[in-house]
Design a protein around this ligand. Structure first.
Ligand code: NAI
Length: 349
């Protein structure tokens, strides 16, 4: 049997806790990667894992990613993540959410949870009955918090404009051709913001009706989901799935810029080098997509309203600039430079 320490994704995590509440039907893992900068923050993913080892890998990998994301967003928070192992076809129950809330509470504030795949703001309200270490609750309009999608979209939009300025020397997105993969909560928001600037858009989504409706609304072109990676454009904005930038995917690219919201876009660190070798400017995903975590973090910390969230998101372009400047000096991949900066910030550099 493989021990926790032998998992390839184990990276000196401070703690990994396993929870089981038979009566409530809860099986969960909470991984705390680092509390160097503050309590470990990161959402809860509810997922059916065919192999329990995959759940451990997910918790280890995602919690480390949150350490990097929170550090690079300038937040006083460490990195953590939890996974709830769901049985196929079995729904969340109030008892399960309550048991999970008690699990979070048992860590005494070293871990703060929020939504991720499979969880909603209403679930966070249920968890709130058992612990105060939860964010991403429903909020009023001018407050920090609530649905992070539009704020993630704002950060991605600002990051794309910065990339356009750096790689194409253009001060506006007007007339710039952006191909967007996935037009859900974030990709749809990015498309609307770019369309308002007069960008030329090509949209793709496996949900063709969704892509079609948005294309009609914005006067955009449509591409098949299988084709979007190879579209000739100025920018590819991946806003759907992770791991799309592998050797074959990168070979297909016909863009000078890749900048989008999807988490873990690079399949392996070597794919960052492949982008550099092809002369493609890459916006490291956890830096450009931090708008959502900035939003839920300020909600939890009680450090400001929606205007403050937007002011902090406006700093994303300068963080990208710092990464790109160092990468062009050292001739490294932007992803490698971002990882090194993040490691330094969490005291592991
Ligand atoms: P969403 O579920 O609202 O939208 C994703 C869209 O991608 C859906 O319309 C889906 O049909 C489409 N899609 C799925 N597979 C596809 C494929 N192979 N080709 C084309 N389209 C495909 O999700 P959301 O919230 O917009 O998130 C998008 C990405 O951004 C995800 O990777 C997510 O992890 C990441 N992200 C989201 C944040 C947020 O605040 N919502 C924060 C940070 C990262």
């Amino acid at each position: 049997m493989i021990s926790l320490w032998d998992y390839p994704d184990f990276d000196a995590h401070e703690s990994v806790s396993f929870f089981r509440d038979e009566a409530a039907g809860l099986t969960a893992i909470i991984a705390v990667h680092s509390t160097h900068l503050g309590p470990a923050a990161g959402g809860t993913r509810l997922w059916h894992y065919a192999d329990k080892g995959d759940a451990v890998t997910d918790a280890l990998r995602l919690s480390r990613g949150m350490s990097f994301k929170n550090a690079m967003a300038g937040l006083p928070l460490g990195g953590g993540k939890s996974v709830i192992l769901a049985d196929p076809g079995v729904d969340k129950t109030p008892a399960l959410l309550a048991a999970f809330g008690r699990a979070v509470d048992s860590l005494g504030g070293r871990y703060i949870t929020a939504e991720d795949v499979g969880m909603t703001d209403q679930d966070m309200l249920a968890i709130r009955q058992e612990t105060r270490h939860v964010s991403g609750l429903p909020v009023g309009e001018a407050a920090a918090g609530g649905n992070p999608g539009p704020l993630t979209a704002l950060g991605v939009y600002l990051g794309i404009k910065e990339a356009i300025a750096r790689a194409l020397g253009k001060s506006s997105a007007a007339g710039v051709h952006v191909a967007i993969q996935g037009v859900g909560s974030v990709g749809g928001g990015v498309a609307r913001l770019l369309a308002a600037d007069g960008a030329r858009l090509t949209l793709a989504d496996v949900d063709q009706a969704r892509a079609g409706a948005l294309a009609r609304e914005l006067g955009a072109d449509l591409a098949a989901a299988d084709d979007i990676l190879g579209i000739e454009a100025d920018v590819l904005s991946p806003c759907a799935l992770g791991a799309i930038l592998d050797e074959a995917g990168i070979d297909r690219l016909q863009v000078p810029i890749v900048a989008g919201a999807a988490n873990n876009q690079l399949k392996t660190p070597a794919d960052g080098d492949r982008l550099t070798a092809r002369g493609i400017l890459y916006a490291p995903d956890y830096v450009i997509n931090a708008g959502g975590i900035i939003n839920v973090a300020l909600e939890y910390l009680g450090q400001g309203d929606r205007a403050e969230v937007e002011a902090r998101i406006a700093q994303i372009p300068e963080r990208l600039e710092a990464i790109w400047a160092e990468a062009s000096q050292t001739r490294e991949a932007a992803s490698a430079v971002a990882d090194r900066m993040a490691m330094r910030l969490i005291g592991r550099g």
